[in-house]
Design a protein around this ligand. Structure first.
Ligand SMILES: Nc1nc2c(c(=O)[nH]1)N[C@H]1C(S)=C(S)[C@@H](COP(=O)(O)O)O[C@H]1N2
Ligand SMILES: [Mo]
Length: 321
């Protein structure tokens, strides 16, 4: 966490990449900013180092970004769900400093021609990094807008050549007993497991994420790599991935295992299908004036219907929640 110092620190110290980012309204301006990032002055890289996160720029993607105003970095990094570090929103930021993100490997296995274990630094270079501004809608009724840095999951899956039997993808996330205090509590059946149907996983919107706001992912947001599947509830976007397995049968996610009447496999954002404890009709956008700000109406597929509705043609979205 950033600690705001009092005293003679000049205001320029508060000019985070986020502040710079926010001031760029035009997409073209953002593109040129990224080009300029290659020639950052020395003070800028020292500052970045002091903040503890390395630069990780991505080419701004207009095609896959929304124009919503991004949520502030401080909110994205201090209001989290990462149950391995505790169930309260502030616990991941407090506890995730212990997560060991190097060395790190991800095995991609199962129904593939070329199973392979990838080193994180190899993965980072597997495809060009893009910056994509996505909405994230949590089933609890809040949402954020996050400028992720990553590339389509499909780029990785194509490398290992799925076999004809690969119908689903199962994602398993890290279990570090010593470093994750939440693992002591049987809130979920650890490790955290999620899944996608093959066509969902291959959809270009499904993003393998390595950074946000132009920097390496903070641990509490799922370092060193996580998923972002923006048309589904946030819990599908598993953090700190260690295994990706292509399988023939629909995987059971940790949330289905915990309460299958509350959490289905699909978990597409849908204002017409309420969760047993939470209506999904509206949402609170984090950073918009706190609890008393007017809520926003939740939109089917989180606003991504043009891109993804065809994946579910003919499917009963109430039965397949
Ligand atoms: N491994 C793991 N991944 C996880 C979770 C978790 O508890 N453990 N929480 C999920 C939920 S419920 C949400 S809403 C998002 C939150 O992502 P963020 O903290 O980066 O906003 O992460 C998802 N990925
Ligand atoms: Mo969530």
């Amino acid at each position: 966490m950033l600690i705001r110092k009092s005293g003679p620190e000049p205001l320029s110290s508060e000019i985070t990449p986020e502040a710079v980012w926010q001031s760029r309204r035009e997409w073209m301006a953002r593109a040129s900013m990224v080009a300029a990032a290659a020639g950052l002055p020395a003070w800028a890289s020292r500052r970045a180092f002091a903040q503890g996160a390395d630069e990780l720029p991505g080419q701004p993607s207009r095609e896959y970004s929304v124009m919503d105003k991004p949520t502030e970095l401080k909110d994205i990094t201090s209001y989290n769900n990462y149950y391995e570090f505790g169930v309260d929103k502030d616990q991941p930021a407090e506890n995730a400093g212990k997560l060991q993100t190097r060395p790190w490997t991800v095995s991609v296995e199962g129904e593939v021609q070329h199973p392979k274990t990838f080193d994180i630094d190899t993965l980072l270079k597997l495809a060009p990094l893009e910056e994509r501004v996505y909405r994230l809608r949590c089933v609890e009724g809040w949402s954020m807008v996050i400028p992720w840095v990553g590339y389509s999951l499909s780029a990785l899956l194509k490398q290992v050549e799925p076999t004809g039997n690969a119908k689903y993808v199962e994602f398993t996330t890290v279990e570090q007993r010593e470093n994750m205090p939440g693992l002591r509590y049987p809130v979920l059946d650890w490790p955290y497991v999620e899944g996608l149907r093959m066509d969902e996983a291959m959809h270009p919107l499904s993003l393998l994420v390595f950074g946000l706001y132009g920097k390496v992912l903070p641990n509490q947001n799922g370092a060193p790599l996580r998923l972002a599947v923006p048309w589904k509830y946030g819990f599908k976007s598993a953090k700190s991935l260690v295994r990706i397995r292509l399988v023939e049968r629909q995987p059971t996610s940790s949330w289905m295992q915990a309460a299958s009447n509350e959490y289905g496999f699909y978990a597409n954002v849908n204002p017409d299908v309420p969760h047993p404890r939470w209506s999904q009709a509206s949402e609170r956008r984090i950073g918009e004036g706190g609890f008393f700000a007017p809520k926003r109406k939740t939109v089917i597929f989180n606003g991504y219907a043009d891109q993804v509705a065809s994946l579910y043609q003919g499917m009963d979205l109430k039965a397949n929640y």
